[in-house]
Design a protein around this ligand. Sequence first.
Ligand SMILES: [Mg+2]
Length: 197
Amino acid sequence: MNQLNICSDIDGTVTRSDDWLDLINKSFDKSIASENHKIYDYHRLIGILRENYEAFYQKHKKEMFAKSSFRPMAKEVISEFYQNHRVHFVTAWDTDVEPVTIQWLMENFVDYDSISHLGSHNKVQRAFELDCDLFIEDRYENAWELSEAGFEVLLMNCPYNQGPIHYRTTRICHWNDILEIVREKEVKNTASYARVI
Ligand SMILES: [Mg+2]
Protein backbone atom coordinates (compact mmCIF):
# COMPACT_ATOMS: atom_id res chain seq x y z
CA MET A 1 0.00 0.00 0.00
CA ASN A 2 1.28 3.45 -0.86
CA GLN A 3 1.87 5.66 2.14
CA LEU A 4 -0.10 8.87 2.09
CA ASN A 5 1.24 12.21 3.26
CA ILE A 6 -1.56 13.33 5.54
CA CYS A 7 -1.25 16.97 6.58
CA SER A 8 -3.35 18.41 9.35
CA ASP A 9 -3.86 21.75 10.94
CA ILE A 10 -4.04 21.57 14.76
CA ASP A 11 -6.23 24.26 16.33
CA GLY A 12 -9.91 23.77 15.64
CA THR A 13 -9.06 20.68 13.59
CA VAL A 14 -7.30 18.27 15.93
CA THR A 15 -8.48 20.35 18.87
CA ARG A 16 -11.94 21.58 19.69
CA SER A 17 -12.81 24.88 18.04
CA ASP A 18 -14.33 26.32 21.22
CA ASP A 19 -11.40 25.67 23.56
CA TRP A 20 -10.51 29.35 23.87
CA LEU A 21 -14.02 30.80 24.09
CA ASP A 22 -14.27 30.65 27.89
CA LEU A 23 -11.10 32.64 28.37
CA ILE A 24 -12.06 35.09 25.63
CA ASN A 25 -15.57 35.56 27.06
CA LYS A 26 -14.16 36.17 30.55
CA SER A 27 -11.40 38.46 29.37
CA PHE A 28 -13.60 40.63 27.16
CA ASP A 29 -16.84 40.41 29.15
CA LYS A 30 -18.67 38.52 26.40
CA SER A 31 -20.94 35.50 26.42
CA ILE A 32 -20.44 34.02 22.97
CA ALA A 33 -21.71 30.43 22.73
CA SER A 34 -19.74 28.00 20.56
CA GLU A 35 -22.59 27.77 18.02
CA ASN A 36 -22.39 31.55 17.60
CA HIS A 37 -18.66 31.48 16.85
CA LYS A 38 -19.48 32.37 13.27
CA ILE A 39 -16.46 34.56 12.52
CA TYR A 40 -13.00 32.97 12.48
CA ASP A 41 -11.00 36.01 13.59
CA TYR A 42 -11.54 36.65 17.27
CA HIS A 43 -11.03 40.41 17.08
CA ARG A 44 -13.92 40.62 14.60
CA LEU A 45 -16.03 38.14 16.56
CA ILE A 46 -15.78 40.19 19.75
CA GLY A 47 -15.68 43.55 18.03
CA ILE A 48 -12.31 44.91 19.10
CA LEU A 49 -9.26 46.20 17.26
CA ARG A 50 -6.92 43.58 15.85
CA GLU A 51 -3.99 45.02 17.84
CA ASN A 52 -5.93 44.72 21.12
CA TYR A 53 -6.65 41.07 20.44
CA GLU A 54 -3.06 40.55 19.32
CA ALA A 55 -1.82 41.91 22.69
CA PHE A 56 -4.15 39.51 24.52
CA TYR A 57 -3.07 36.62 22.28
CA GLN A 58 0.63 37.30 22.77
CA LYS A 59 0.12 37.35 26.54
CA HIS A 60 -1.96 34.18 26.76
CA LYS A 61 -1.08 32.06 23.73
CA LYS A 62 1.19 29.55 25.51
CA GLU A 63 -1.41 28.98 28.22
CA MET A 64 -4.14 28.68 25.56
CA PHE A 65 -2.25 26.11 23.52
CA ALA A 66 -1.20 24.10 26.56
CA LYS A 67 -4.83 23.72 27.61
CA SER A 68 -6.15 22.62 24.22
CA SER A 69 -8.39 19.57 24.15
CA PHE A 70 -8.86 16.93 21.46
CA ARG A 71 -11.87 16.57 19.25
CA PRO A 72 -13.55 13.18 19.71
CA MET A 73 -11.55 10.36 18.08
CA ALA A 74 -8.86 12.74 16.78
CA LYS A 75 -6.10 11.11 18.79
CA GLU A 76 -7.20 7.57 17.95
CA VAL A 77 -7.53 8.25 14.22
CA ILE A 78 -4.17 10.06 14.03
CA SER A 79 -2.60 7.15 15.85
CA GLU A 80 -4.02 4.74 13.25
CA PHE A 81 -2.80 6.95 10.39
CA TYR A 82 0.69 7.00 11.89
CA GLN A 83 0.88 3.20 11.63
CA ASN A 84 0.44 3.20 7.84
CA HIS A 85 1.03 6.71 6.56
CA ARG A 86 2.99 9.88 7.26
CA VAL A 87 1.37 12.43 9.56
CA HIS A 88 2.46 16.06 9.18
CA PHE A 89 1.09 18.79 11.40
CA VAL A 90 1.03 22.18 9.69
CA THR A 91 -0.08 25.05 11.88
CA ALA A 92 -0.19 28.80 11.44
CA TRP A 93 0.99 29.20 15.02
CA ASP A 94 4.16 31.19 15.70
CA THR A 95 7.46 29.36 16.06
CA ASP A 96 7.82 30.56 19.66
CA VAL A 97 4.97 28.25 20.75
CA GLU A 98 6.58 25.22 19.11
CA PRO A 99 8.00 23.86 22.41
CA VAL A 100 4.50 24.14 23.96
CA THR A 101 2.91 22.31 21.03
CA ILE A 102 5.53 19.58 21.02
CA GLN A 103 5.20 19.14 24.79
CA TRP A 104 1.40 18.97 24.48
CA LEU A 105 1.60 16.34 21.72
CA MET A 106 4.14 14.34 23.71
CA GLU A 107 2.12 14.44 26.92
CA ASN A 108 -0.88 13.19 24.97
CA PHE A 109 1.14 10.42 23.27
CA VAL A 110 0.47 11.70 19.74
CA ASP A 111 2.88 10.29 17.16
CA TYR A 112 3.68 12.22 14.00
CA ASP A 113 6.34 12.54 11.35
CA SER A 114 6.79 16.29 11.20
CA ILE A 115 5.44 19.53 12.56
CA SER A 116 5.60 22.99 10.96
CA HIS A 117 4.86 26.24 12.76
CA LEU A 118 4.47 28.61 9.85
CA GLY A 119 3.64 31.86 11.64
CA SER A 120 1.23 32.62 8.80
CA HIS A 121 -1.90 31.22 7.20
CA ASN A 122 -0.17 30.46 3.91
CA LYS A 123 0.00 26.67 3.93
CA VAL A 124 0.21 26.01 0.18
CA GLN A 125 3.98 26.09 -0.09
CA ARG A 126 4.44 23.66 2.81
CA ALA A 127 1.80 21.37 1.33
CA PHE A 128 3.88 21.20 -1.88
CA GLU A 129 7.07 20.60 0.12
CA LEU A 130 5.39 17.74 2.00
CA ASP A 131 3.96 16.23 -1.21
CA CYS A 132 0.59 16.40 0.52
CA ASP A 133 -2.07 13.84 -0.44
CA LEU A 134 -4.75 15.08 1.93
CA PHE A 135 -5.00 18.25 4.02
CA ILE A 136 -7.28 18.46 7.05
CA GLU A 137 -8.17 22.05 7.96
CA ASP A 138 -10.79 24.19 9.69
CA ARG A 139 -10.11 27.64 8.23
CA TYR A 140 -12.26 28.32 5.21
CA GLU A 141 -9.74 30.48 3.34
CA ASN A 142 -6.94 27.95 3.86
CA ALA A 143 -9.14 25.15 2.52
CA TRP A 144 -9.96 27.20 -0.55
CA GLU A 145 -6.35 28.20 -1.24
CA LEU A 146 -5.10 24.64 -0.82
CA SER A 147 -7.81 23.25 -3.10
CA GLU A 148 -7.12 25.94 -5.69
CA ALA A 149 -3.48 24.85 -5.64
CA GLY A 150 -4.59 21.28 -6.44
CA PHE A 151 -4.75 19.65 -3.02
CA GLU A 152 -7.58 17.52 -1.69
CA VAL A 153 -8.89 19.11 1.51
CA LEU A 154 -11.13 17.85 4.28
CA LEU A 155 -12.75 20.84 5.97
CA MET A 156 -13.76 20.22 9.59
CA ASN A 157 -17.24 21.70 9.85
CA CYS A 158 -17.39 24.70 12.22
CA PRO A 159 -19.82 27.63 12.60
CA TYR A 160 -17.12 29.98 11.24
CA ASN A 161 -16.31 28.08 8.04
CA GLN A 162 -19.73 27.93 6.38
CA GLY A 163 -20.24 28.73 2.70
CA PRO A 164 -19.82 27.05 -0.67
CA ILE A 165 -16.77 24.85 -0.87
CA HIS A 166 -14.24 24.16 -3.62
CA TYR A 167 -14.76 20.97 -5.63
CA ARG A 168 -11.53 19.53 -4.21
CA THR A 169 -12.78 20.14 -0.63
CA THR A 170 -15.04 17.80 1.33
CA ARG A 171 -16.84 19.06 4.41
CA ILE A 172 -16.58 16.59 7.29
CA CYS A 173 -17.94 16.68 10.84
CA HIS A 174 -15.98 14.07 12.76
CA TRP A 175 -12.59 12.36 12.74
CA ASN A 176 -14.41 9.10 11.99
CA ASP A 177 -15.37 10.67 8.61
CA ILE A 178 -11.66 11.26 7.94
CA LEU A 179 -10.85 7.68 8.88
CA GLU A 180 -13.47 6.41 6.45
CA ILE A 181 -12.12 8.56 3.59
CA VAL A 182 -8.53 7.43 4.20
CA ARG A 183 -9.62 3.78 4.38
CA GLU A 184 -11.34 4.17 0.99
CA LYS A 185 -8.07 5.55 -0.41
CA GLU A 186 -6.19 2.60 1.07
CA VAL A 187 -8.55 0.17 -0.69
CA LYS A 188 -8.14 2.01 -4.01
CA ASN A 189 -4.35 2.11 -3.57
CA THR A 190 -4.18 -1.59 -2.82
CA ALA A 191 -6.40 -2.40 -5.82
CA SER A 192 -4.28 -0.33 -8.23
CA TYR A 193 -1.06 -1.82 -6.77
CA ALA A 194 -2.48 -5.32 -7.29
CA ARG A 195 -3.24 -4.49 -10.94
CA VAL A 196 0.35 -3.31 -11.46
CA ILE A 197 1.93 -6.51 -10.15
MG1 LIG B 1 -7.19 25.80 12.65
